[in-house]
Design a binder for this molecule. Structure first.
Ligand SMILES: Nc1ncnc2c1ncn2[C@@H]1O[C@H](COP(=O)(O)OP(=O)(O)OP(=O)(O)O)[C@@H](O)[C@H]1O
Ligand SMILES: [Mg+2]
Length: 452
């Protein structure tokens, strides 16, 4: 899924990977220059040394330029694909049914969205800049070590392999701890959002202290989960520290042995120590990088998992095109049960509304009046029976089209955080009369009608 978005720009992505490989190679041959310097100095060849210096700086600067270019091309791919992922998920959430929206926790959804989006950036950076760079620098190092002693290559390679295996196990443990922590964190943000939205009710019932205690209770599990998560990092630190130190010991042991037996020049020894010094700190980076990937992996799974929510109220494959609507509405033996909720919220409900007729539904609370209206709007589909407009089953109409036929005044006025004019203009159903937006004249006219 992640690469589904990234690979929409295949060429740019391939260029980016090539740039990272070139930049990293250039930036990682420094130890070789050090070796050349050390071996050349005793020869007292001043012009040769200066020439070497020029080459060294030229390689460094090219590495820097390629690195900047790689970031530039990478960001082009990243920014656009992150935007497209966000838009796709936003559009999908919008198209989800009423049932999803009534059942969702807005706080958790917002954090899933935010975490997912930042995970997208982190994952891209970690995989393509950090991990790819480490892999390339390992190859560069192996290439130079091969000329010296195959055992050095072997020990360096083993250190990487063992680090990867150990990391794999501890990281799956770490992901589990992270998921547990995320759940606790969501519960907390759920309470915060709930509290901020319902501030009026909280104040009306003087429940501030109660709300505070509700939050405090949730923090008990939160702290426990956070300790579990934090300690899983200590485990990573310890295991990887042990592996890298063992690798370091073996490589230096072999190199010192070779140096004493004059199989390595002083320059070669400098080459080994500088490469190893640089690379083993990179191995730590690899672990931290995998750790970050593990951390964000759970987030990105939840983010893209949003696309797995099923749309149950679907548009018909071949929608009926409506001409002018006269407004005859029939409920024919309609029954409806809420999923995981009230069974038979409506049962065998029949109603015929004639053209131009004004009617009111009156009944005691919970008798199903709002449910009937929601079924008419296709917020849900009937469990049994059907609803027709001018004799056409509403399941054969596009949801947008159907809803644009109706004007609704909800019980609770809800305003967007925008101007009054924006809020009034919002009432123009999408695409009505072929227009996207209401004109200022129309907005003023309806405002006058409503005495606003
Ligand atoms: N989202 C929901 N999930 C589960 N059950 C629901 C849901 N919405 C309503 N119900 C249940 O369905 C039944 C019908 O509710 P509905 O809101 O249609 O009644 P109403 O006639 O509009 O009531 P009121 O006069 O209080 O507005 C009630 O028992 C209600 O508890
Ligand atoms: Mg109601």
């Amino acid at each position: 899924m992640f690469y589904g978005f990234i690979l929409k720009r295949k060429l740019a992505f391939a260029g980016f990977v090539a740039l990272v490989i070139i930049a990293t190679t250039l930036q990682n041959i420094t130890p070789y220059f050090f070796k050349l310097f050390v071996d050349e100095i005793p020869k007292l060849n001043y012009p040769g040394l200066i020439k070497l210096l020029y080459m060294f700086i030229a390689v460094n600067i090219s590495g820097l330029l390629f690195n900047i270019a790689s970031f530039w091309v990478g960001d082009f791919v990243l920014f656009n694909s992150a935007k497209e992922a966000r838009l796709k998920i936003f559009n999908y959430i919008q198209s989800l049914d009423f049932a999803f929206h009534t059942g969702k926790s807005t706080g958790s959804l917002i954090s899933a969205f935010k975490r997912g989006d930042s995970a997208f950036f982190t994952l891209f950076f970690e995989i393509h800049h950090r991990i790819l760079e480490i892999v390339v620098s390992a190859f560069v190092m192996f290439f130079f070590f091969l000329r010296l002693d195959i055992r050095i290559v072997l020990f360096a390679f083993l250190s990487v392999a063992v680090t990867l295996v150990v990391t794999k196990f501890i990281i799956s443990f770490n992901i589990k701890k992270r998921s547990i922590f995320n759940e606790k964190e969501d519960e907390i943000s759920g309470i915060l959002t709930d509290n901020l939205i319902n501030y009026e009710t909280v104040k009306l019932f003087a429940k501030e202290k109660w709300e505070e205690n509700r939050l405090k209770d949730k923090f008990v599990g939160w702290i426990k989960a956070l300790w579990g998560y934090g300690n899983s990092f200590r485990l990573i630190d310890f295991s990887i520290g042990a592996v890298t130190n063992l690798g370091l010991f073996l490589i230096l042991f072999v190199s010192l042995q070779n140096a004493v037996h004059l199989k390595l020049t002083v320059g070669d020894f400098v080459l080994v120590t500088t490469f190893v010094g640089l690379f083993f700190s990179k191995l730590w980076e690899l672990v931290f990088s995998l750790r970050d990937i593990a951390k964000t992996y759970a987030d990105i799974e939840i983010y893209f998992g949003l696309l797995d929510n099923e749309i149950t109220v679907k548009d018909p494959e071949k929608p009926v095109k409506l001409g002018k609507v006269s407004g005859r509405i029939n409920f024919n033996n309609v029954s409806f049960s809420y999923k995981d909720g009230k069974q038979d919220a409506l049962k065998d409900f029949c109603l015929k509304i004639k053209k131009g007729e004004s009617i009111a539904l009156i009944g005691k609370s919970g008798s199903g009046k709002t449910t009937a209206v929601k079924l008419l709007m296709r917020f849900f589909d009937t469990t049994k029976g059907n609803i027709t407009i001018d004799g056409i089953d509403i399941k054969n109409l596009n949801k947008d089209k159907l809803r644009s036929l109706m004007g609704v005044v909800p019980q609770e006025p809800i305003l967007f955080n925008n101007t009054i004019s924006y809020n009034i203009g919002y009432g123009l159903p999408a695409g009505k009369a072929g227009k996207e937006n209401a004109t200022l004249g129309e907005i003023k006219a309806v405002a006058n009608l409503a005495n606003i």
